[in-house]
Write a protein that binds this ligand. Structure first.
Ligand SMILES: Nc1ncnc2c1ncn2[C@@H]1O[C@H](COP(=O)(O)OP(=O)(O)OP(=O)(O)O)[C@@H](O)[C@H]1O
Ligand SMILES: [Mg+2]
Length: 383
């Protein structure tokens, strides 16, 4: 096993709703559905299955109940490979986490989410002995997991400290907290200050970062009065590397992927990547052009692509290019992992001249690199 993916997992229950609007939900009435799709959701399933499909040895650490939903989750995961689920955490007395996705034809989706074991998952649930041969430990979605967002992320710190002592690289992804839940109200500055010093690779999305660290800007963005720019990305990424993370990757939706690194020498991540290639980098990789069928799991897939390249000791230009390509494969299918192909296929698609989308943010004093088709920032030290 090379990569351990831990964190949030749930069962998505998606009725096939073809006829009737959201307004037809009336107490006492029946609405006829056309079928049902069951799929696994959350960082563990999405990033984990993507890694497996890319061809990386992966083990999943999600916490589920010993109920029927838990069995369905295991069954779905096992279809991708039996070894994937060997270390899943099964809680005796809990009901598995689920999300009922109401997807009426006339409006945006509505989610009914039950967090279940995601809220009881804690540092003692991890089978440390069984994962000691792993090289990267990736954790996804603490804002959706009570024990991991409360107390400034102290429980997450416990896990990461222990995993680091085992000479494993640590990696973290966030999620958008529910503004109405306690997670919507916590002090994320405190959380980052506490957690990021022991995170080697941090890969949030721009929306999450703005919500957590620049709420006034986030409010403007959702009202369409503002769009992020390079200055803001540089400030945010510097803040995150100042907290102690050496590799920061920010997912920018249809504007691609931003990479900022600090000094890699002597950092934990220098075990797998070459400091002379990775010190003080600043790159932006635009999206690959493709037909978008659905964006579920895009962030998770992108992360899987990036980690797969670090594991191989690839340089930053290739790592973010491949990550962006895996993100694009993901949007080509309605579900989270249906579009993912093995690594060699993704690489040959890139090499055969896959078009990139043009950016709509001004690139100021950044330079375009025609070889890689990515942008280099003014502080990119390889120029
Ligand atoms: N329309 C698109 N076409 C091609 N690539 C895309 C598109 N949208 C996103 N991507 C790629 O996928 C990456 C991740 O997407 P996004 O920024 O939406 O992540 P996220 O917000 O974490 O998503 P998620 O909703 O899965 O949590 C982007 O950085 C980009 O490279
Ligand atoms: Mg995400």
């Amino acid at each position: 096993m090379d990569i351990i993916v831990a964190g949030h997992i749930c069962l998505d229950i998606i009725p096939d709703w073809r006829i009737g609007s959201i307004k037809t939900i009336i107490p006492g009435h029946i609405l006829e559905m056309s079928g049902l799709k069951l799929s696994t959701g959350g960082a563990v399933a999405n990033t984990g299955i993507t890694l497996k499909k890319l061809g990386i040895g992966t083990t999943l650490l999600g916490k589920i109940g010993s109920d029927s939903f838990g069995k369905v989750i295991l069954e779905i995961l096992q279809k991708e490979g039996k070894a994937l689920v060997e270390n899943m955490i099964i809680s005796k007395d809990e009901i598995s986490s689920y999300t009922i996705v109401l997807n009426p034809p006339d409006t945006d989706r509505v989610f009914l989410h039950y967090p279940g074991p995601n809220h009881t998952f804690n540092a003692n649930d991890i089978p440390y002995e069984k994962i000691k041969s792993g090289r990267i430990f990736h954790f996804g979605y603490p804002p959706l997991m009570k024990k991991f967002y409360e107390n400034a992320g102290e429980e997450l710190v416990k896990i990461f400290r222990r995993v680091r002592k085992m000479n494993i690289i640590t990696s973290l992804d966030m999620a958008m907290p529910d503004p109405e839940s306690p997670a919507g109200k916590i002090d994320w500055y405190k959380f980052f200050k506490n957690v990021l010093p022991i995170v080697d690779i941090f890969m949030p999305s721009i929306d999450e970062l703005l919500f957590m660290l620049r709420p006034e800007k986030y409010n403007k963005i959702i009202k369409n009065r503002y769009r992020f720019d390079l200055k803001l990305l540089n400030q945010l990424s510097e803040q995150l590397t100042d907290y102690g993370t050496s590799v920061v990757v920010i997912k920018l939706g249809n504007q691609g992927l931003y990479l900022r690194t600090h000094k890699i020498e002597k950092s934990n991540v220098s075990r797998i990547i070459n400091p002379s290639q990775w010190n003080y980098r600043q790159l932006l990789s635009p999206c690959f052009a493709t037909e978008v069928k659905g964006t579920t799991g895009t962030g998770d897939a992108t992360i899987a692509g990036f980690l797969s390249q670090l594991l191989d000791g690839r340089e930053p230009e290739k790592s973010i290019t491949l990550a962006t390509a895996v993100g694009a494969c993901c949007v080509e299918a309605v579900d989270a992992t249906g579009g993912i192909r093995p690594l060699p296929e993704v690489i040959s698609r890139i090499n055969s001249g896959w078009e990139r989308l043009s950016l709509s943010i001004p690139m100021d004093n950044w330079k375009y690199d025609y070889q890689y088709k990515i942008w280099r920032g003014p502080e990119d030290q390889s120029r």
